[in-house]
Design a protein around this ligand. Structure first.
Ligand SMILES: [Zn+2]
Ligand SMILES: [Zn+2]
Length: 354
């Protein structure tokens, strides 16, 4: 009897072991055992340590006006890694993105009791939140490789699950212009399926039911948007361009009278951009201006909008080649003489405004 019991235990143990192995045995290519003679492996391990430390350092030094050297050090480490194509699509970068976006998703679970909270998801995918409304801009899942290379890979910087959780919290999405780093058809479909409005310029998803096209090429398009929850947004759309295509620049006022603007990929040196200098005269006082960091003559743009706070966006967009991924250090350098308080954020960070 005892012998039978022992055999039974062995069979059970083997069964459990096999099951555990079946569940936990991902396909991992064997790692070299030493760094000497394996420089790629050395860089892979070093990159993982830098990404993990940057993630913690950002938590310890959250988004702020007048960023400290400690915060800049974390952001500049990210610049170095995001501009080194050896890390594109790497396990270390995916782990970093996953960690940051998970933190953002967790924070979105908390209600905003007062003030305005601006979240950077990825690229110019942003979420602006007050007590009564949550407004999204240009949400995309993104990819880890320059556009020409990413065919055949399906890694997303923001996973489907994470993006669904973000969309779930949003009441509306505004889309600036028809470029793939700003328009993600799958994300748009999540909004439409939930009966939430999507407001775009006429060049974006022109014949898609559920996408409303707001724009006046000759001036300011003004409208009130009633959300599913009954709350109302006052919206003005300025006729921007990323030449030669149209780029909507909305100025949105929430029921609490917070006003947010998002410049999309505003890039137009010609006279059609004269409206920029007059935004401050034609809209309520802007509390948060979300601006593409590489817009031409950014210092003049900031004067035209005259916002209380500037939040930069579009740094380290992985779909571009490294010469146009844009670095955090470059943003700090461009804005070093501005008098406007500005905040530079990585993926999965947020900033509160009173
Ligand atoms: Zn862009
Ligand atoms: Zn663009």
């Amino acid at each position: 009897m005892k012998r039978f019991f022992n055999v039974l235990m062995l069979v059970c143990a083997a069964f459990v072991t096999m099951n555990v192995m079946a569940q936990t045995a991902p396909e991992v290519k064997p790692k070299p055992k030493k760094f000497h003679g394996n420089p790629d492996y050395y860089l892979e391990v070093q990159g993982a340590h830098i990404f993990r430390n940057a993630d913690v350092a950002l938590d310890e030094n959250p988004p702020m006006v007048n960023a400290t050297a400690a915060r800049k050090a974390a952001l500049y480490c990210l610049d170095a890694l995001h501009h080194d194509v050896r890390y594109d699509n790497s396990e270390a970068m995916r782990e970093f993105a996953n960690s940051r976006i998970n933190k953002l998703v967790a924070d979105l679970e908390k209600p905003v009791k007062k003030g305005l909270k601006i979240y950077k998801v990825y690229n110019e995918g942003m979420v602006a939140r007050t007590k009564s409304v949550t407004v999204a801009f240009d949400l995309v899942r993104g990819t880890y490789l320059a556009r020409r290379q990413h065919a055949g890979t399906d890694y997303r910087i923001v996973t489907d699950e994470q993006m669904k959780a973000i969309v779930d919290k949003c009441d509306v999405m505004f889309l600036s212009h028809n470029h793939t780093d700003h328009i993600d058809r799958w994300v748009v479909e999540q909004f439409i399926a939930a009966g939430k409005p999507v407001i775009a310029n006429p060049e974006i998803l022109a014949n898609v039911d559920g996408v409303d096209h707001w724009r006046d090429d000759e001036g300011i398009f003004t409208n009130e948007l009633v959300l599913k929850n009954g709350e109302k947004l006052q919206v003005k759309i300025f006729p921007g361009h990323q030449k030669p295509i149209r780029n909507n620049v909305p100025v949105i006022t929430t029921p609490e009278k917070y006003t947010i603007s998002h410049t999309g990929d505003q890039h137009d040196r010609k006279s059609t951009a004269d409206w920029i200098a007059t935004v401050k005269d034609n809209a309520p006082k802007i509390d948060a201006l979300i601006v593409n960091c590489w817009t031409p003559n950014i210092l003049n743009t900031l004067k035209g909008f005259d916002a209380r706070y500037v939040i930069t966006a579009h740094e380290n967009e992985m779909g571009h080649s490294i010469d146009h991924r844009e670095a955090f250090w470059l943003t700090f350098d461009k804005l070093k003489t501005t008098e406007y308080p500005y905040v530079v954020m990585s993926w999965g960070e947020w900033f509160s405004i009173k």
